[in-house]
Design a protein around this ligand. Structure first.
Ligand SMILES: Cc1cc2nc3c(=O)[nH]c(=O)nc-3n(C[C@H](O)[C@H](O)[C@H](O)COP(=O)(O)OP(=O)(O)OC[C@H]3O[C@@H](n4cnc5c(N)ncnc54)[C@H](O)[C@@H]3O)c2cc1C
Length: 473
């Protein structure tokens, strides 16, 4: 079983093979590439895009216009894989956030308390994060990048029992590239199911849970001389009726990325006036108050493909050797929970551990996908249980257990408004540094019981309370 609490990244391993190929050079691809350098003489990352020289947008990662939260767990893994990365990002302008102190959050029961903690991660644009990781990988590890190159198909041996490489296309020129292991990290639109079918295998079954959430985001310059003790500010939805939310997220260069979202097809507009009106219509207009006079530096970007999608590779009875898949290619989430990059990082660690523990590559594909399914299961449950609160969510209905957990978590949040120690635990679960079971410890359960018995409604705040709470010491 994969142990992601104690991240034990292999160092000097006897090599498992000569060459590994990674399809896609985004977060999952870069992290997979990094761990593969522990096990293969040569690693090649094939990416359809040309990478920008500076931290900038590229078409293959259309989501990078939007807020990208790096959870504390994700940062821990990145720092283990790339010692010095966080410092490097800070040199390039990334900020640092204490999630309990510097993140005023208008949640189900009003503002969450604010206090200093050690729940931290770096705060930067998705462009900068990916660029920083790529720079470290290029500088310190022997990875070859094939840019502007698309993987068109898999190569296999005569019996199709083993994938032996990929067919690539670059500048209308096609070529075969052989490898001992191919790792698919090509994201949500992965062609792996189609390629497997062509080799005579079944495509994996999919579970799709869709709350029909839409994002609209705009970048602003933080107003001149603006001084604040927060770095991220958010107004949450409140099921079942308040389906709109918004976040202001500080990044490098004194910019704010402001993302508004609506659930169950209440999509935020992408025109200037509509965007501001949507911000004003949130449960609390504070996001609007901050952005209305700020200087926009981008158009409003929309994004609508946000369903939770899980491909069950672990259930396939047959899978060829020589191929594995991680990241969004296997499991992608409703992005509001900020889990995608961190779960991709956990997947890369799982791959490293499987390569360490498996004596050869034979049988690795099936073994790895089963391990990965375990890694994905808790974040998947957390995201989908939240999405199933909304009546318009499609793909499943909440069973009694899900409803019970939802109600319990409501009680935890309510308790956390007046109990910083409970809120601290809640954040560590959201940041994936602790498992959800810590919210079911006897001390919290006892407090919740007391709360229910008292049936105390005093935590209900007026929904438009604009004052950001003071930082407790
Ligand atoms: C709107 C939005 C907001 C998000 N916010 C967050 C957040 O706050 N926090 C968080 O952790 N996650 C967030 N995510 C999720 C996050 O973006 C992904 O989980 C993360 O990028 C890891 O994805 P990936 O590397 O598996 O795939 P992707 O990022 O989709 O990258 C796939 C790569 O493969 C390349 N590619 C595709 N096909 C081929 C091919 N045939 N040949 C060669 N190259 C190919 C693409 O060009 C691309 O570079 C968000 C997602 C969305 C949509």
């Amino acid at each position: 079983m994969i142990n992601s609490d104690k991240i034990n990244i292999s160092q000097q391993q006897p090599k498992k093979g000569n060459h590994a190929i990674v399809i896609g050079g985004s977060i999952a691809g870069l992290l997979a590439g990094r761990v593969l350098t522990n096990h293969f003489q040569q690693v090649t990352i094939v990416e359809r895009d040309r990478f920008p020289e500076h931290p900038q947008f590229r078409p293959g990662v259309a989501q990078s216009h939007h807020v990208h939260v790096l959870l504390s767990k994700g940062q821990q893994i990145l720092e283990q894989l790339f010692p010095g990365l966080v410092e490097d990002l800070e040199t390039s302008g990334s900020l640092k956030i204490d999630w309990a102190a510097e993140f005023p959050w208008y949640n189900l029961f009003g503002w969450q308390p604010r206090f200093r903690s050690d729940i931290k991660s770096c705060l930067c644009s998705r462009h900068l994060l990916e660029w920083g990781i790529r720079r470290q990988l290029t500088a310190d590890y022997s990875v070859q990048f094939l840019e502007s190159t698309q993987v068109k198909n898999l190569l296999s041996n005569v019996s199709n029992s083993r994938v032996t490489g990929v067919r690539i296309k670059s500048n209308s020129h096609e070529q075969d590239l052989t490898a001992d292991l191919v790792v698919d990290t090509s994201g949500r639109n992965s062609s792996l199911p189609k390629w497997l079918t062509a080799l005579g295998y079944q495509a994996p079954e999919e579970t799709v849970i869709n709350s029909f959430l839409g994002y609209s985001s705009r970048w602003y310059k933080c107003p001149e001389g603006f001084q604040t003790d927060w770095k991220v500010l958010a107004v949450a939805t409140k099921p079942p009726n308040d389906q709109r939310a918004g976040i202001i997220y500080s990044v490098e260069n004194n910019f704010w990325v402001t993302t508004l979202y609506g659930i169950n097809k209440d999509y935020p507009p992408t025109d200037e006036v509509g965007f501001l009106e949507f911000a004003r219509s949130l449960r609390n207009p504070i996001v609007y108050e901050f952005i209305k006079d700020a200087q926009p530096i981008s158009p409003v970007y929309g994004y609508r493909r946000t369903e939770n999608r899980l491909s069950h590779y672990e259930q396939l009875s047959r899978l060829p050797d020589g191929i594995v898949a991680i990241g969004d290619a296997v499991c992608c989430f409703n992005p509001v929970y900020g889990q995608g990059m961190t779960v991709a990082a956990l997947g890369a660690i799982a791959l490293d551990q499987c390569l360490q523990s498996n004596p050869s590559l034979k049988g690795l594909s099936k073994y790895f996908q089963k391990q990965l399914a375990q890694v994905n299961s808790m974040p998947w449950l957390m995201a989908t249980a939240e999405d199933l609160r909304w009546p318009g969510t499609e793909g499943a209905k909440p069973d009694w257990m899900t409803r019970l957990i939802q109600k319990y978590l409501d009680q935890v949040l309510r308790l956390s408004v007046e109990h910083p120690e409970v809120y601290q635990k809640y954040i560590t679960v959201m940041q994936l540094t602790q498992p959800p079971k810590i919210l079911f410890q006897p001390d919290i359960m006892a407090k919740i019981l007391g709360q229910i018995i008292k049936n105390n409604q005093q935590f209900e705040s007026t929904d438009r309370d604009q004052n950001i709470p003071q930082l407790l010491c």
